[in-house]
Write a protein that binds this ligand. Structure first.
Ligand SMILES: Cc1cc2nc3c(=O)[nH]c(=O)nc-3n(C[C@H](O)[C@H](O)[C@H](O)COP(=O)(O)O)c2cc1C
Length: 348
């Protein structure tokens, strides 16, 4: 069901961000700039504050939290590749009870916006963590990770429209005041296709909005997670990651993610006014700018933090110079503003 574009009431935005060319309204969540730290790459919540001034990033997405604590996979679970990183962390995290006890209070006092990431293997598990996050002051949105390639069944919800629609409508019910973001997998590019899976998240059949300012499904899409991949040690002839396969991130996946964002924007997100967060291989401001032109309202940086923990600040500074150079008042005016390809008869 489509209820049409929703006009979003805004949550907080710190400092003088109202006048900044980078101030961003992400589905009603006000960000001082559109550069966020990606789930699982910045600690559980605010640990990167030791090396990075969090006031200068748009937000932090927490480590994906599951209902029970998880050890994750055995080492090796991260290895470098020529064009990024392979990881098979396996959703190692402290679990929702320890998160609520030790971290939830930090969301309110954090100097930036905190978005809670959730991973699980059943609808009940997702709902349990979402219900807990809904009670966290200072957490205006949650991100459902339905796209983890590093655990058994980690991508199931992100690869099946019916399962995903069911999950989104159930989680929606426990989030009366919290925005719902859904993080999709690049594997959706094949079957059912990124537009079909995005539609299932945005317009789950039969779901009802819980209020006049709510959508029945996702408020925003995060595109995308890592790409299923593998590396083999040719001497031992064994996979280099203990789990065998893993997920590729970093510059190698950036063009794939740009294409996914572009196709989702034109296929459904533009017509339903659903913002997209572009994720994959952002190291430089140009990578983020590409995502914006393809249709993203914000970006997340993961692997870039391992190369240079301060790269989000450089990305934000570069974006600001770009916006001023192009003579627009706010970066939102550039969302989806890619020009036609050189061959006007070709489709992208
Ligand atoms: C070490 C590592 C851990 C990750 N953990 C999570 C996680 O817990 N939840 C999640 O949704 N994505 C996780 N991701 C995926 C990232 O959030 C991001 O989607 C992906 O790495 C692509 O972005 P990048 O190229 O900027 O790294 C992880 C990625 C890496 C490299």
């Amino acid at each position: 069901m489509c209820t049409g574009p929703v006009t979003y009431r805004c949550f907080r935005m710190p400092g003088n961000a109202h006048t900044s060319p980078l101030s961003t309204n992400l589905a009603g969540v006000r960000l001082s700039n559109p550069v966020l730290l990606a789930a699982g790459t910045a600690g559980t919540l605010d640990e990167l504050a030791d090396v990075l001034d969090l006031r200068r990033v748009g937000g932090v997405v927490t480590k994906s939290i599951t209902a029970e604590a998880r050890e994750g996979n055995a080492t090796w679970r991260i290895i470098p590749t020529d064009h990024g990183m392979l990881n098979a962390i396996g959703l190692a995290n402290i679990g929702i009870d320890a998160f609520m006890r030790d971290y939830a209070h930090k969301a309110r006092s954090a100097p930036t916006t905190i978005i809670g990431s959730i991973s699980e293997f059943s609808i009940d598990g997702f709902v349990r963590v979402a219900a807990a996050f809904a009670s966290v002051p200072g957490m205006p949105a949650v991100e459902l990770n339905v796209s983890c390639p590093n655990v058994n069944h980690g991508c199931e919800f992100g690869a099946d429209e019916t399962l995903l629609a069911d999950l989104v409508s159930n989680v929606r019910r426990v989030l009366p005041n919290t925005r719902l973001f859904v993080k999709l997998s690049p594997i959706a590019m094949g079957r059912p296709g990124i537009v079909a899976i995005a539609k299932a998240a945005i317009e789950p059949p039969g779901a009802q909005p819980m209020g006049p300012n709510q959508r029945p499904g996702a408020d925003a899409l995060c595109i995308a997670n890592t790409v299923p991949a593998m590396a083999i040690d040719v001497e031992t002839r064994r996979p280099r990651l203990s789990r065998g396969g893993g997920g590729l991130s970093g510059p190698g996946i950036h063009p794939i993610a740009v294409r996914l964002v572009h196709d989702a924007f034109h296929g459904i997100c533009k017509s339903t006014a659903t913002p997209i967060v572009g994720i994959g291989g952002v190291l430089h401001w140009q990578d983020a700018a590409e995502f914006v032109l393809a249709g993203a309202t914000a970006v997340e940086i993961g692997t870039g933090l391992f190369a240079d923990p301060r790269c989000p600040l450089k990305v934000a500074e570069g974006l600001e110079r770009w916006v001023r150079r192009l003579g627009v008042t706010n970066i939102s005016e550039l969302v989806g503003q890619i020009l036609p390809p050189d061959d006007p008869t070709a489709t992208p």
